[in-house]
Design a protein around this ligand. Structure first.
Ligand code: ITT
Length: 199
């Protein structure tokens, strides 16, 4: 039988403020007390895998071991079709240190111009992982397709939201109200799968 996730303490194994907000919005209404890696000052493990699933598992596993509580992580990124799926699992580090997402979005745009790309399609991918302290673990993947726009538009959301226009819309993720983004994002799709399996 699939193991269920019991409402109670859940560690959000992330140091990304935008993700913390989104994960709390998704899980707190279901009776979870979500504590983030930021609040708990958890160490950030190195993301050494080449897949979203692999890196999500590293983060969830490390947090579950460190806290003794079930941990949830998200590994996500932007895959640009004309760039062969880049930046993909490297999406966060494209922003450099300290992170500058305007520069990262500009870098994507520069590369599209450099190759004369007509295809501006891209997708956001999110892989949610849950790990329990006893070593049990599971992952769920969600994707949302869209087109990249330039210049960036909108003040909401985080990361690459200002350049991503989901298919069927003419506004960017950063121009959508959080509730609208949460209803359709890559993270929301992964979350629906998690909910069906674990809750
Ligand atoms: P943690 O590892 O601590 O969770 P991180 O920001 O390093 O935080 P990732 O390694 O998963 O997370 O990098 C994913 C990057 O993809 C993230 O920094 C964002 O820039 C981008 N990204 C993911 N989901 C996004 C979303 O919903 N909107 C905009 N950008 C997003």
């Amino acid at each position: 039988m699939t193991r269920k996730l019991q409402p109670g303490k859940l560690i959000a194994a992330t140091h990304n403020k935008g993700k913390v907000v989104e994960l709390k919005d998704l899980f707190e209404p279901l009776g979870f007390q979500v504590l983030s890696g930021l609040e708990l000052d958890l160490d950030e493990p190195e993301e050494t895998e080449f897949t979203f699933e692999g890196n999500a598992l590293i983060k969830a596993r490390t947090a579950a071991q460190a806290t003794g509580a079930p941990a949830l992580s998200d590994d996500s990124g932007l895959e640009v079709t004309a760039l062969g799926g880049m930046p993909g699992v490297h999406t966060a580090i494209w922003a450099g240190e300290p992170r500058d997402f305007y520069k990262a979005m500009e870098k994507v745009e520069r590369e599209l111009i450099a190759i004369g790309a007509k295809d501006r399609s891209a997708r956001f991918v999110s892989c949610l992982a849950v790990a329990w302290p006893d070593g049990h673990e599971v992952t769920f993947r969600g994707e949302v397709q869209g087109n990249l726009t330039w210049p960036p538009r909108g003040e909401m959301g985080f990361g690459y939201d200002p350049v991503f226009v989901p298919f069927g819309f003419d506004v960017t993720f950063a121009e959508l109200e959080p509730a609208q983004k949460h209803a359709m994002s890559h993270r929301a799709v992964a979350f629906e799968k998690l909910k069906a399996a674990l809750l």
